[in-house]
Design a binder for this molecule. Structure first.
Ligand code: HEM
Length: 128
């Protein structure tokens, strides 16, 4: 069974990988390829949801917080305040994109971008 720090390290790598996909999808938009943007983000959505589900499952067996001091526990809580709302917004991003509700999609994208930036910044600061 992996240790708490190993799980955090794996989580960081996965967050970096899916963030690279998100950037690729934005480049596709700049190249005026909205369908490619949609395809890349469908993969982004699936991988992010798998990561969240996998992490939740692992937490049933490993108490990641057990090896953390008080400061680190607070840092993890701050991180979850960004990552959980980001994950909750993702289905709405997919649906608004696929239904071509452009104004709604762009409004959600603004909120999602801020939350995802928070997820990455607070996630990378977690010790492992
Ligand atoms: C973060 C910044 C994002 C921006 C600025 C953005 C912007 C856009 C724009 C301008 C379109 C074209 C809309 C149209 O012409 O009707 C689009 C389409 C789409 N977006 Fe996004 N988006 C973002 C993130 C996401 C995310 C996170 C997802 C999914 C997880 C997503 C999924 C889609 C899908 C599925 C489409 C439809 C593609 C198609 O035409 O087949 N987008 N997005």
């Amino acid at each position: 069974m992996p240790t708490g720090p190993q799980i955090i390290l794996l989580l960081k790598l996965l967050v970096l990988c899916v963030t690279a996909l998100l950037f690729a999808s934005l480049i596709a938009l700049l190249l005026r390829q909205p369908r490619l943007h949609g395809h890349i983000n469908t993969v982004f959505f699936a991988l992010t949801m798998l990561t969240v589900a996998g992490f939740e499952a692992l937490l049933q067996f490993v108490d990641v917080r057990a090896s953390f001091d008080e400061g680190t526990r607070k840092a993890l809580t701050t991180h979850l305040w960004f990552s959980i709302p980001s994950a909750l917004l993702l289905p709405a991003m997919i649906i608004s994109g696929k239904m071509r509700r452009k104004r709604l999609h762009l409004a959600l994208a603004a909120v999602f971008s801020a939350l995802w930036a928070g997820t990455v910044i607070t996630g990378m600061r977690l010790p492992h």
